[in-house]
Ligand binder design. Structure first.
Ligand code: AHN
Ligand code: ZN
Length: 325
């Protein structure tokens, strides 16, 4: 009954607001798949990014990290997800023990058909790519590198709370992605020093024998004029997912962000999701002859975040998720 009422209300809204919807193509997409896809609010996503950045540095073992973790878990709960806070003590490249937590929000937890949406929520403790070498040991705010992906996923989670998609969805915010060995550390290159939270989760999923049909990683999805090329790890392990997402983006008019071009092999959380737990997973990451301009610098702050980019990614992914049966 509740669903019927919601459906009727939604239909009325849909009819009355049909021609004022900003994104006409999204309406066409809805007709095409026979599902009503909610409108992604870039304003809301932007505020979720800002809220994280307002906690300050969110590197493991800091106060901002702890406060932000509690916030993310409580938001997912507020949207009706079943939440798991997966604590782990992880060892960094230099032996530092990191008190990490992967935060998982499950929608339709009993549905066997699932999609996995992931982003890292920690921020890098070093600005080791800053033009000013004196700043290399300064922690970054990670507005784009970290918070943008989480912000888009929080807005999607808010929509899932309003109207559950047919498919089950797990959102995982991975910790300790960005604690990899810095340039200034002159020891031999450590192996697998990035993506510690995703490595841990892939070895210890929150549900025994966890499986999802596919995964999508968001990383640096907020900068103005972002360009997402088809990362090679993604096209090797999950070509059908790359095709599906890029085709949706194109049909919504976002081909200028989702470029029909091959990228490189990027080491990121999706590597471990593919290789350890065997879920085909793509990475939507801003990379065009290097990461975005202020990557791992003290300038990765809110001034980089552009609502148009958040919208392109969020609207595309809502279409993808709500189209799944
Ligand atoms: C490497 O630097 C090898 N990978 C970067 C993955 C990353 C860092 N994503 C965000 N920050
Ligand atoms: Zn980073």
């Amino acid at each position: 009954m509740k669903h019927l009422i919601r459906f009727l209300i939604f239909s009325l809204l849909f009819i009355s607001c049909g021609n004022t919807r900003g994104n006409k193509i999204s309406t066409a997409g809805a007709l095409e798949t026979g599902v009503d896809v909610p409108d992604f609010s870039a304003d809301s996503a932007y505020l979720y990014v800002k809220k994280q950045v307002d906690f300050g540095v969110r590197a493991p073992n800091t106060a901002g990290h702890k406060a932000c973790a509690a916030y993310l878990a409580s938001e997912l709960r507020r949207f009706g997800a079943e939440v798991t806070e997966q604590q782990a003590v992880l060892t960094a490249y230099d032996g530092t023990r990191l008190n990490a937590v992967n935060i998982i929000g499950s929608f339709n937890p009993k549905n066997k058909t699932r999609i996995l949406l992931v982003a890292h929520w920690d921020s890098r403790p070093f600005a080791d790519n800053d033009p000013d070498t004196n700043k290399h040991k300064t922690p970054i705010l990670g507005a784009n590198d970290g918070a943008s992906g989480v912000g888009v996923l929080l807005e999607m989670a808010r929509q899932f709370g309003e109207k559950l998609p047919e498919t089950g969805v797990d959102i995982v915010f991975f910790d300790a992605e960005d604690h990899g060995q810095p340039y200034f550390d002159k020891r031999a290159e450590a192996t697998n020093s990035w993506c510690l939270g995703s490595q841990y989760w892939a070895q210890n999923p929150h549900v025994p024998n966890y499986h999802a049909r596919y995964g999508i990683l968001l990383d640096m999805v907020g900068a103005k004029g972002a360009s997402f090329k088809k990362d090679k790890i993604s096209t090797v392990y999950a070509p059908h997912v790359v095709d599906k997402v890029w085709a949706r983006a194109e049909s919504l008019g976002y081909a200028s962000f989702f470029r029909d071009e091959e990228g490189g092999y990027i080491t990121d959380d999706h590597v471990y999701v593919n290789e350890i737990i065997g879920i085909p997973c793509i990475d939507i990451i801003d990379f065009d002859n290097g990461f975005f301009e202020h990557w791992h610098t003290v300038k990765d702050d809110m001034s980089n975040i552009d609502k148009n980019t958040l919208k392109a990614v969020g609207a595309t992914l809502l279409e993808v998720v709500y189209s799944e049966k």
